[in-house]
Design a protein. Sequence first.
Length: 123
Amino acid sequence: MTATKPPSTPNLKRGAVVLVLFPNTNLQTAKSRPALVVQRDKLQTNLPQVVLAMVSSNLTRAKHPSRISVSLATPEGKQSGLLTDSVVMTDNLATVMLSNITRVVGSLPMTDVDRALRHTLNL
């Protein structure tokens, strides 16, 4: 999938896979990595930020109900824009400034992610 520049806030859709400067847990450093937009569409907070779930290529992290495996061998994996099999970690969420998003690389369906978010947040 061809990478695109991030759209404005109203157009950045839930389920978009983005390349972003994602903060490390110490909140002092950050790493450029893929992440999944989990925030609802058109939240309209008037803040230039978005809630994301970290995406990791460390597959040993996959065996938890808060995490979703993404295999590039599946149609969903192919549309993700990810370069390797990965894990969406709904237990590692961050709110980041839109200016930290480099580009949109793909998208993922949200059904399994929603289930993992409900587990993470006890909803």
